[in-house]
Design a protein around this ligand. Structure first.
Ligand code: DC
Length: 221
């Protein structure tokens, strides 16, 4: 089985790029952020503040999280209910980032992530895939872009959905999440030593997809 790990900060385009590359190369695409978001959503639904670490840990005993693939597309189930759309709000993003600092949350999700790579060729994206989840992945890519470029892309994305986003608020949120994700004690966001770093600040989406596909093909030849 071949595993490709794609890590990087929020908004670098990992999911769009990884999904497209997976489709074209016939791998399954696993978006691990969705799992942290599902834990975040479970906390939001229960009114639990993320600083209450013990309560967040208790939630883990009450919930079940599954990933299923419908026509090749990943859906995340929280207690059997498909929450793939609900987990996409800004609140769920921030809560996911905060609960992901808790070691018990990370170990709760670890085996689930690893299990896919045992029976499938996978492209998995997240923050610690190359460093912790799949340290033996044949290909490791660290996909990044400047905070400003990422905020601009996110603003455009929301405008296309008919929303009226504020660029500066988005930029601040991105910087906050970068800080949280790269300064936590356990499994912080950082490139694996053997990863290929791709900076997409100056690239179009199509160029980024090509750069990722070329890297994968070169490595698994
Ligand atoms: O990729 P995303 O934006 O959907 O991820 C949501 C949050 O989950 C992110 O801020 C950090 C956390 N996360 C993580 O800690 N480890 C992963 N492998 C994936 C996501």
């Amino acid at each position: 089985m071949i595993s490709v790990a794609i890590d990087g900060p929020a908004g670098a385009g990992k999911s769009t790029i990884a999904r497209t590359a997976a489709m074209e190369l016939d791998f399954i695409y696993v978006d691990t952020g969705a799992l942290y978001r599902a834990v975040g959503l479970a906390c939001i639904e229960r009114g639990i503040q993320t600083e209450e670490t013990a309560e967040v840990i208790n939630v883990l005993d009450e919930i079940s999280i599954e990933l299923v693939f419908v026509k090749g597309e990943q859906r995340v189930l929280l207690d059997g209910k498909d929450v793939s759309d609900e987990i996409r709000t800004e609140k769920a993003s921030m809560t996911a980032s905060l609960v992901s600092r808790i070691p018990q949350v990370r170990s709760f999700l670890l085996e689930l992530q690893r299990s896919f790579s045992k029976t499938n060729n996978v492209i998995m994206d997240g923050r610690d895939i190359g460093t912790v989840v799949l340290p033996d992945a044949q290909v490791k890519i660290f996909l990044t872009a400047s905070p400003e470029a990422r905020a601009k892309r996110r603003t455009l994305q929301l405008q296309e959905k008919g929303e009226k986003p504020d660029y500066n608020t988005i930029l601040e949120d991105i910087k906050k999440r970068d800080y949280n994700d790269s300064h936590r004690e356990i499994a912080p966001l950082k490139p694996a030593k053997d990863s290929v770093i791709i900076d997409t600040t100056q690239m179009s989406l199509q160029q980024s997809i090509e750069a990722v596909k070329d890297t994968i093909k070169r490595r698994i030849k």
